[in-house]
Design a binder for this molecule. Structure first.
Ligand code: MRU
Length: 379
């Protein structure tokens, strides 16, 4: 009998277009994004010539995911500097384009600081713009390296928690190469397990309302050749109760000083399910996602998004004539109000471990996280 989860091999080819790249055509420098709103239907580039265009791309999720937002923020400041726009204004608008992922403001501020330091050191505008670009490139490269180290640490932790391999991992949202300079965060760990022959299956939550799991994680999983299965978010409970989940692996948009984790809405219910079913709940994120200035979960600003994302099924590549605000297919009566937080916050006591490029923290405590951040600063 055919495997009930058998998948087509047609899609198993690498993505041709990187998630983000800097380019310098004769008309002037540009930031080129893989437009994630168009996936998986088509791989289309989105070219940004200034910071406002990038802010719009960030708000519409053409570019998204915490580490990539940091890289985009830094390149966006470099773009403003290279094209002679107001760098401070660009940095401020980029840093606040979305509020939850701390990486975005970190990246924008880092490139801004490099620009300012060059000017203060006596450099001219060109040298300051070059310094901002060098900072963006450094962050991009560091993220790729961090991604590889998170994969190594994450796989070692999985092997320790679940001896014998053959892991069935549940993930939420999208955390692969589409959000990173490398192979991502949580997805990079699943990929490492797959390459080591220790991944039986990746369970992919579809991730309503914008379907990052269905559109993007399934797209990346298919291209990697791993066994994966898509489920609706509300099917996760039945999967746990059937004993089909060995571990949950997710990314993070901000980790507060006490270890509270903000991630895509729907992560917290998975943590509750995982605790009830005695399954490890593992968060994978670079140290840049830990925010010592945010003391606890209550202090994390959770982005609230437009209601039409819930009241309509939005498929941006297929505009629907006569649709309501978002151009999608209405699935609720006109005028229905929607509750649409983009993220939720999981308290540290529900998190088995936080895996970073500096190693894993378990149990998750403020002291252990502080020590990790200190270690990272010393490198
Ligand atoms: O709204 P998004 O698509 O930007 O949300 C992304 C997520 O929640 C990811 O899980 C998170 O950024 C971690 S990415 C490594």
């Amino acid at each position: 009998m055919a495997d009930q989860y058998a998948q087509s091999r047609e899609n198993q080819r690498p993505t041709e277009i990187p998630a983000i790249r800097w380019d310098e055509p004769p008309e002037g420098p540009v930031l080129v994004l893989l437009d994630q709103t168009r996936l998986p239907a088509e791989e289309v580039e989105l070219v940004c010539t200034d910071a406002p265009a990038l802010v719009e791309a960030i708000r519409t999720l053409a570019v998204r995911g915490a580490p990539l937002l940091g890289i985009a923020g830094a390149y966006g400041v470099a773009l403003a500097a290279a094209r002679g726009f107001d760098v401070d204004e660009a940095a401020a608008s980029l840093a606040s384009a979305r509020p939850t992922a701390v990486n975005l403001s970190y990246g924008a501020r880092r490139a801004q600081a490099a620009h300012l330091a060059a000017l203060r050191g006596g450099g001219d505008q060109k040298q300051a713009a070059d310094a901002a670009l060098a900072a963006a490139r450094a962050l991009h490269a560091e993220d790729a390296e961090a991604s590889a180290r998170m994969a190594t640490h994450g796989l070692a932790l999985l092997d320790e928690l679940l001896p014998g391999g053959n892991h069935r991992i549940l993930t939420h949202c999208n955390t692969g190469a589409l959000v990173s300079g490398g192979e991502g965060t949580a997805f990079a760990v699943a990929l490492a397990a797959h390459r080591a022959g220790r991944l039986r299956r990746l369970w992919v939550d579809e991730t309503r309302p914008l379907l990052q799991g269905a559109r993007l994680t399934a797209y990346e999983a298919a291209r990697s050749g791993m066994a994966y299965t898509l489920l609706t978010d509300n099917a996760a409970g039945s999967l746990f109760s059937a004993g089909e989940v060995d571990a949950v692996l997710i990314g993070a948009d901000r980790i507060a000083a006490d270890g509270s984790v903000a991630n895509k809405v729907g992560s917290y219910p998975l943590a509750v399910l995982a605790r009830y079913h005695h399954v490890p709940f593992i968060v994978v994120a670079p140290v840049t996602t830990v925010d010592p200035d945010t003391p606890n979960g209550a202090a994390i600003e959770v982005e609230q998004r437009a209601g039409h994302e819930v009241t309509e099924i939005t498929a941006p590549q297929v505009p629907v004539a006569g649709a309501e605000a978002g151009g999608g297919i209405p699935v609720a009566p006109l005028g229905t109000q929607a509750y649409n937080p983009a993220f939720d916050v999981t308290p540290p006591e529900l998190v088995t471990a936080i895996v970073t490029e500096e190693g894993a923290v378990s149990p998750v405590t403020a002291e252990a996280l502080e020590e990790l951040c200190d270690r990272s600063r010393q490198v």
